[in-house]
Design a protein around this ligand. Structure first.
Ligand SMILES: [Ca+2]
Length: 216
């Protein structure tokens, strides 16, 4: 077992932050378009600099200060919290740190798992801390199945890295591992990583059927 010390927490993620980011972007784009239209109707070129400055100032106003946007966000947040409560109550999701873990209950190979998660704007479960490993373990125990993790071997044999850039931390080195004794053992022939139903990890060929668990 090799557990390195945690370095940084993952960035905020999940449905609420996704919606927040989109709303902020939407509001800024609207302001930009409105101002741009105003510019095109202006015949006074000498005012351009002043108007551009005003425009820049307008764009810098955070959308989060708009009472209507704030009200919408609060409403969305309340509804998401209620939905999360229902899903937690039914044991459909695991919530840990800023992540939500969920499975569709299906067993497919690594590439298919990766695609399934990406299609729903998530990624394969990638435990970066012990508590995240435990949350995933809860799902695996419930289904009594192993699952692939969002970790791959390479480029060097015996070196493992996170699948996508969202998990990169200090380069792409793993900041947490939970290998079973004598693993990884594939010597370059087992490029994927699976979690057993005791929470330990094993490097494994990527073509096995494993439970798809995504994180959001
Ligand atoms: Ca192995």
């Amino acid at each position: 077992m090799n557990e390195k010390k945690n370095k940084t927490r993952p960035k905020p993620s999940g449905p609420f932050y996704f919606l927040l980011a989109n709303l902020v972007q939407y509001n800024e784009v609207n302001m930009e378009e409105g101002e741009a239209a105003q510019f095109s109707s202006s015949a006074h070129k000498e005012d351009d600099d002043r108007k551009r400055k005003q425009r820049d100032e307008l764009i810098r106003i955070p959308a989060s200060l708009d009472p209507e946007v704030l009200s919408q966000l609060e409403n969305i947040n309340n509804r998401i919290t209620k939905l999360e409560g229902v899903l937690l109550l039914q044991g459909k999701i695991q919530q840990v740190n800023n992540k939500i873990l969920a499975t569709n209950g299906k067993e497919v190979d690594f590439e298919a798992s990766k695609t399934t998660c990406k299609d729903v704007h998530g990624s394969i479960a990638t435990p970066m801390y012990e508590e995240e490993n435990n949350a995933l373990l809860t799902i695996l125990k419930e289904f009594n199945r192993y699952a692939y993790l969002g970790i791959l071997e390479g480029p060097a044999t015996g070196e493992f890295h996170y699948l996508d850039e969202y998990h990169y931390n200090d380069g792409n080195h793993l900041n947490y591992t939970h290998w079973r004794k004598n693993e990884p053992s594939g010597k370059g022939k087992e490029n994927c990583v699976e979690m057993y139903t005791d929470g330990t990890w094993n490097d494994k060929a990527c073509n096995q059927k494993r439970l798809t668990v995504c994180e959001f």
